[in-house]
Design a protein around this ligand. Structure first.
Ligand code: MN
Ligand code: MN
Length: 460
């Protein structure tokens, strides 16, 4: 049952493949730090490979046939790719699903204020974070501001060398005696996650002159006024690029690898495959980190609607075909796993932990304290996946997230399971999950991409 570090098994040729895949992955991470940016990048990559918007197919009235490749987007924040297979859709699809939202700080709707000659943006954090990790770091502002006219202004400040960054201040150690006696969750509190954005007063202004100066700058640069924050979605993320990590370059350190490491490997697998027997699907979805809510989260009907549209555009739509297409499907719900960390060994149960550089991770179940909230995959399904992985020489491991009573996590698996399809959680092990800078292993990324390709090609 023991798995080994897989690096020592690679040929020179495989090492080259790993480097090529991971170079592409770092570019993807740099191009997509928000769900909107990811969707843009995914569509551009898919269109290069011949994918077309389902809306265009519907307008043209041509019937979808095996080999056709289409995508469906919702509200610029989630996207589903379909590669139409030779077999009827009613027999089910092979589905990959991952999420493209990541923990971050969202700017509030009335965010801009001045205090003692500093201008600040007030935030509300998104997803689970250790708040104390987000102070004293260079931060960037990504997102959109939509004006009443409907004009959309894309914002990205702090990523280029010559652009300014912003930050949240922390109390100097010299005066922190009281702060450091607090428990971890209170060392930095949510209402103190305020982004420092300026300190120069506007000449001739008496009250809130620093804020006035900031408004002057953004007015000149982007032609917006303070009220336009009301219809903005601005996300504060760590500034800077994904980097190779470790003196042996075995790892990647970057913001947002939960769950873009699974999104990228799923997308790569999908785009690398040309013709398939069973229709293959790649769902890249928003809002997982806050419970898969909203129109662009997995609990929305847009996936079911997209499958209905595929059937309709194939000339086969009826309710029972749709239901059977969903129920007969097989899914890999791909999300990151907690990598075993020797420094925090007591949080893990060593025989059932995910280890970095031991390959793709399968989680039969997730959930917390008695598997609550989990999708629990069927033994029969796991057996067929073992066969697929072994037949294709994909290295994998099985794990659960930490010790039984310590906590747990959720994914999108249980939502797809509502259709009665076979679903299992799987993905890549991550160190410092949900921290501003997360770490993955290159070998695991490589094995996971191979595993996804093998899964999509299979007719279970
Ligand atoms: Mn995740
Ligand atoms: Mn997460």
């Amino acid at each position: 049952m023991k798995k080994d570090n897989i690096w020592k098994t690679y040929s020179d040729e495989q090492i080259k493949e790993i480097e090529a895949l991971c170079t592409g992955y770092r570019k993807f991470l740099d191009a997509g730090k928000t769900e909107r940016e990811c969707v843009k990048e995914i569509i551009a990559r898919a269109e290069e490979k011949g994918y077309k918007d389902i809306t265009e197919i519907e307008k043209s009235g041509t019937l979808l046939k095996p080999g056709d490749k289409v995508y469906s987007v919702i509200m610029k924040k989630a996207v589903i790719l379909f590669n139409i297979g030779e077999l009827p859709l009613s027999g089910g699809m092979n589905i990959l699903g991952a999420h493209i939202d990541s923990p971050r700080l969202d700017v509030k709707q009335n965010p801009l204020y001045e205090e003692d000659e500093f201008a600040y943006l007030d935030t509300h954090y998104y997803g689970g974070i250790k708040k104390y990790q987000w102070v004293a770091l260079p931060l960037a502002i990504h997102g959109v501001i939509v004006k009443k006219s409907g004009e959309i202004i894309d914002v990205c400040i702090g990523e280029k060398e010559d652009e300014p960054v912003v930050f949240i201040s922390d109390l100097l150690i010299h005066l922190s005696q009281k702060q450091l006696e607090k428990k971890g969750s209170l060392v930095v509190e949510g209402e103190d996650l305020n982004i420092t954005i300026g300190n120069i007063p506007l000449a001739g202004e008496k009250k809130n002159a620093v804020k006035a100066n900031i408004l002057r700058i953004i007015g000149e640069r982007m032609d917006i006024e303070e009220e336009d924050f009301l219809s903005a979605e601005l996300e504060i993320v760590p500034a800077g690029k994904a980097r190779e990590c470790g003196l042996d370059r075995s790892m990647i350190m970057s913001y947002g690898q939960d769950d873009r490491v699974c999104a990228y490997t799923s997308l790569e697998a999908m785009l690398n495959i040309d013709t398939v027997k069973r229709t293959s699907v790649c769902i890249l979805v928003d809002k997982e980190e806050i419970g898969s809510v909203g129109a662009t989260g997995m609990r929305s009907r847009f996936f079911e609607n997209a499958v209905a549209r595929i059937l309709n555009a194939s000339g086969n739509y009826n309710d029972i075909t749709l239901r059977m297409a969903l129920q007969n499907s097989h899914m890999l719900s791909s999300d990151v796993s907690a990598a075993y960390d020797p420094i925090y060994a007591s949080a893990f149960e060593k025989n059932n932990a995910a280890y970095m550089s031991r390959g793709m991770v399968f989680n039969k179940f997730t959930g917390a304290r008695g598997k609550s909230g989990s999708n629990d995959a069927n033994a029969e399904y796991i057996a067929s996946l073992r066969r697929i992985m072994d037949d294709n020489n994909v290295r994998y491991q099985t794990a659960e997230l930490g010790k039984v009573d310590l906590g747990g996590g959720g994914t999108i698996a249980y939502i797809l399971a509502l259709y009665g399809m076979e679903v299992i959680d799987c993905g890549v092990a991550v160190l410092n999950m949900h921290a501003p800078w997360e770490v993955t292993g290159k070998a695991d990324i490589y094995e996971t991409e191979k595993g996804y390709e093998a899964f999509l090609k299979y007719n279970l």
